[in-house]
Design a protein around this ligand. Sequence first.
Ligand code: F6P
Length: 328
Amino acid sequence: MANKIKKIGVLTSGGDAPGMNAAIRAVVRACKYYKIDCVGIYRGYQGLMEGDFEELNARSVRNIINKGGTFLKSARSMDFKTKEGRKRGYEQLTKNNIDALVLIGGDGTFTGGVYFSQEFDLPIVGIPATIDNDISGTDFTLGYDTALNTAIDAIDKIRDTASSHNRLFFIEVMGRDAGDIAFNSGIGAGAEEILVPEETDGLQRLIESLKRSREAGKLSSIIVVAEGEKSGKNIFELAEYVGSHMEGYDIRVSVLGHTQRGGSPSCFDRVLASKLGVGAVEALLEGDSKIMIGLNHQKVVRVPLKDAIDGEAKYDKELRRVANITSV
Ligand code: F6P
């Protein structure tokens, strides 16, 4: 492995996601394996601009593979969106002899990375981590699998009440622009209807589904709604709308919110984090830059960082088809 890189900086940025700690651990351990130094950068880009750094060794990351959140902390930095902020970040890196960066985060993190790498000559590799799974070029992002399992567990519990009381439950799951959590938790938990940001006919479909389920004699129902769903109504307004247009429903709303972001990562997320962390360090040592390490059909792949944020959305029509068939 051609190796000009002696010290790698690693940061987590944007919304935290289960598996971020496991990814930091893998980066640090891969650095140790390849005999290079690793520096943890606290609070994402904010800490980068402020020089909030700490040398990490293999033991610094013990006992974290099973922990949710990120021990390096995370932030959504406004300052780093400015050229001046990014310059300050670069100066901190050169001052600390850091000659490559691993960015663990989602689209905002990668957008910052793309600007940074256009302005400064510093190798950068991204690791996709967001519960939304809204990054192109990778089948999965870190935290998504865990968030799905958290959501499905919560919906299963709500189903007990829905069925005991013959109620109609509206359950909001996360996903500003992507319906992956809603679709998959909805299908997995047997929801009556699923509303996602990628579709515009949600409200109409919802009313039709409810009419159908009433005719079929269903007494309770679960409707899963992604937070970024496009009916123009928030979940409480949606529930009110149904209540005022269809008689006889005992309706409740439950917003799962940030419970989906926390918790111990699933085995899948821990293994994925380990693969991507090792892959990121190896890519840098092989001279690669401006890429994301992702997973495509079980294989670790390198994708241009720009494509990860500009690529096509992953909306899967098959999920809609399956959801329609299994909710009859
Ligand atoms: O991007 C992950 C995500 O959890 C989205 O699903 C959600 O819309 C957003 O972050 C919430 O962000 P915050 O924690 O900053 O309110």
